[in-house]
Ligand binder design. Structure first.
Ligand code: GRF
Length: 203
């Protein structure tokens, strides 16, 4: 049983996918904290509906990013999380979080990294005209979407009419990939060698 902390900024469908994975017994874990940086984040309603403790940590309450990140680290350490999941969290985590959770902090990105890092990845892919995009779950490091890649799922987008359709097409695969990775964390471990990541069953 692993203790999971989730950081989100938006509607929280990836957060929901972890809730669903736990309920479906795919993930041997418990979400002990949801942390959002916006009170209006839809993820809050999902936490309330599913009895997940949540914390609203707004940037304006802090003198700087460092203080905000230290508060987030304090909450996560207080809950003794084993794994931190960035699920649509729109801030750079910063060294205060990295130094404490490196190697057990993951992010999901809606493109096949290293293609289309950063914001609006689905729009970038559509405008570039790729026929195949997808999603990536990776370890978080100092960069933006640059950490060692854990899992990727390809998705055909060649017939999508616009970037919104690309987002809608990829999203269910994000949820599936997210559930798979978090489930794996709960039943074994990912070993990082340089930039390569392999999975070992069994804790
Ligand atoms: C997802 O597409 C995720 O890949 C990206 O932001 C979106 C968040 O969606 N980082 P949700 O809040 O998980 O529904």
């Amino acid at each position: 049983m692993i203790k999971i902390g989730v950081l989100a900024s938006g509607r929280g469908s990836n957060f929901q996918s972890i809730i669903d994975g736990i309920r479906g017994k795919e993930i041997d874990g418990r979400i002990v904290a949801l942390i959002v940086d916006k009170p209006e984040a839809g993820a809050v309603e999902r936490a309330q509906a599913n009895g997940v403790p949540y914390f609203i940590v707004e940037r304006k309450e802090f003198a700087g990013n460092g203080e905000m990140n230290r508060k987030i680290a304090e909450i996560l350490e207080g809950k003794k999380v084993d794994l931190v999941v960035l699920a649509g969290y729109m801030r750079i985590v910063g060294k205060e979080l990295l130094e404490k959770f490196r190697g057990r902090m993951i992010n999901i990105h809606p493109a096949l990294l290293p293609s289309f890092p950063g914001l609006d990845a689905q729009k970038q892919a559509f405008e570039h005209g790729v026929k195949v995009s997808g999603c990536t779950v990776h370890f978080v490091d100092e960069g933006t979407d640059t950490g060692p890649i854990i899992e990727q799922t390809p998705v055909y987008i060649g017939d999508c009419k616009d970037a919104h359709e690309v987002s809608e097409r990829i999203l269910p695969y994000e949820h599936e990939t997210m559930r798979k990775v978090v489930s794996n964390f709960s039943k074994g471990k990912y070993v990082v060698e340089g930039r390569r990541v392999r999975y070992e069953h069994g804790l």
